[in-house]
Design a binder for this molecule. Structure first.
Ligand SMILES: C[S@@+](CC[C@H](N)C(=O)[O-])C[C@H]1O[C@@H](n2cnc3c(N)ncnc32)[C@H](O)[C@@H]1O
Length: 211
């Protein structure tokens, strides 16, 4: 049985998992700082129009348009639910001018027909879902075609020896505990299955909030 809920406590019933995801996994301020730093070092100019593939809740897209009055961003994701959540956040938290400069597209990143951009982002290892070399190459080729001549594709890599251990890691955050569960590792082919679980002060849990 759970503990009594105190005023202000989040519980499994009241939690918004997209909000918890942003608060536990993402740091859009540092991500945008990194984009600016990479462009400074590699291209000696700043990008203006970017595309955030696998954009999920649009945290980085929102940060991007908040940085100045001209930045634009196209966010792409397959999941209608998370895109609706993102649009709601854009409408309620950005100024009209900022909101006008974010477009969300519900599409497979593999087949995007949009204007060329300075920079494409593929963060939090989302492209690791493309497990065959030919498919990954198809994605990389389509990103290349979407970039202006001096464009940059910025993406992160899943790695480090600990990434291939089956283990749990807990972090206590403001009002909830984030659990990163490296649940299954296949040492033969490098496949991993990881989950995010959330736990709350009244003892309730959301298991496998994200896989
Ligand atoms: C791990 S989340 C990444 C969220 C965010 N970019 C981040 O850095 O934390 C992965 C997102 O990619 C989306 N996704 C997975 N495969 C996709 C595809 N082929 N095309 C578009 N979106 C895809 C999922 O719906 C999910 O919202």
């Amino acid at each position: 049985m759970g503990r009594p809920v105190k005023p202000g406590w989040i519980t499994a019933k009241t939690a918004d998992i997209n909000d918890l995801y942003e608060r536990s996994v993402q740091c859009p301020e540092s991500e945008v700082d990194l984009i600016i730093q990479a462009w400074d070092e590699i291209r000696h100019r700043q990008p203006n129009n970017i595309r955030e593939d696998f954009c999920g809740t649009s945290a980085v897209a929102r940060e991007w348009v908040g940085r100045n009055d001209t930045n634009t961003v196209v966010g792409v994701d397959l999941d209608e639910g998370v895109l609706n959540w993102a649009q709601n956040k854009i409408d309620s938290e950005l100024t009209e001018n900022q909101a006008r400069r974010v477009s969300l597209i519900k599409q497979d990143v593999m087949h995007i027909d949009a204007n060329r951009v300075d920079c494409v982002l593929a963060m939090n290892f989302s492209y690791y879902g493309f497990k065959r070399r030919s498919v990954l190459k198809q994605y990389f080729t389509s990103v290349h075609k979407s970039l202006v001549d001096d464009g940059l594709f910025l993406l992160d890599a899943y790695g480090g020896s600990d990434s291939f251990l089956e283990m749990d890691e807990e972090r206590d955050l403001d009002g909830f505990t984030y659990v990163w569960d490296q649940h299954h590792v296949n040492p033969i082919n490098g496949d991993v299955i990881n989950y995010i679980h959330f736990e709350f002060p009244n003892g309730s849990k959301i298991n496998k909030a994200f896989t």
